[in-house]
Design a protein around this ligand. Sequence first.
Ligand code: PMP
Length: 377
Amino acid sequence: MPIYLDGHSTTPLAPEAMEAMLPWWHAQAGNPHSPHLRGMLASQAVENARAELASFIGSDQQELVFTSGATEANNIAIRGTAFAALERGIKRRGIVVSAIEHKSVLSSASALRSAGFRIIEAPVDESGIVDTSVLEQLVSHDTLLVSVMAVNNEVGSIQPLSDVVHIARTIGALVHVDAAQGLGKLSFDSADFDFASLSAHKMYGPMGIGALFVSSATHLRPLPVLFGGGQEAGIRPGTVPTPLAVGFGAAAKVSRTRFIADAAHSRALSALFLEELRSRQVRFIENVPEAKRVPGSLSLRFTENDAMSIIAKAGDRIAISEGSACTSGQITPSHVLLSMGLTQQQASETVRIYFSRYNSAADAVEAAGVLSEIVSR
Ligand code: PMP
């Protein structure tokens, strides 16, 4: 199998999470909302998982709502909050998002235009970091919600969340953070935010589950965007998938204990990889400098080389992506790279690489070797 270096799209499942999930598919299967013993055991397992996740992000268990992933959590945070404001007669109609948010934030927000909301995009600098001096001018007493991600999924840039929170709070706006790519990579304290979106498969948990943190201190609880049973405190109906929740909890437990070691490991591997590229005289440009990105994450531009053709040529030996996996296959260049000021040509020369917990030094050396064969100098 090719060496896997696409952890921005999804990280491999932690073996501890896989083991924890296993019995809940068959031997101990039960719907956590059923009244019998099997149901109660499943419910207990879901609540234990919620507790693990809560202790990882420094929240209360009751503040976490399981969802199908960060996409759904973002939809609830943005649409659910907007509709709650309409229902409660709150007059604020501004929603400010950064220009480099994931499509699930950008599209959730733009879809609210027809309901009378004004969507304002805050620009980023050349390193993919929200320009807080501009953000400050874009918010006003009409701003209902400010939504900025913790870490960008295409380039790994770390966002200045404490400044964002300060700016939003000063004018009385709510704060949502899409933490899908931040959790497990950066220290993260939910206490600062009203809402935070999480995704298990970006932190060595299973695909198909995420969570929305809804602060107990927030003055506006989002309305559900789906309608059905009253599960998950009425915010997200549907059966909570016991095995996935258990896997998410187990992954959070591992990440909590390995947090510092994970960062050091990922940082060392990406540094080794870059060193190997340089020693082979491969020319590249780092779109985001080391100090501004999460450990292990690289957005690299190989001038005069088309990213899609690099990826195809390297495909049987290394798995890497161009731009965002969510838009891969489309010809449109990444909105993130364009927002950072790259030209369409420069964006098309960019690949993204992530060295995860399960990569080795040998992977980093081999990947550099593969790229040095493919990339023309
Ligand atoms: N937000 C960000 C920043 C992401 O990277 C992703 C996944 N690419 C999502 C949201 C969507 O997450 P999920 O796959 O869990 O729906």
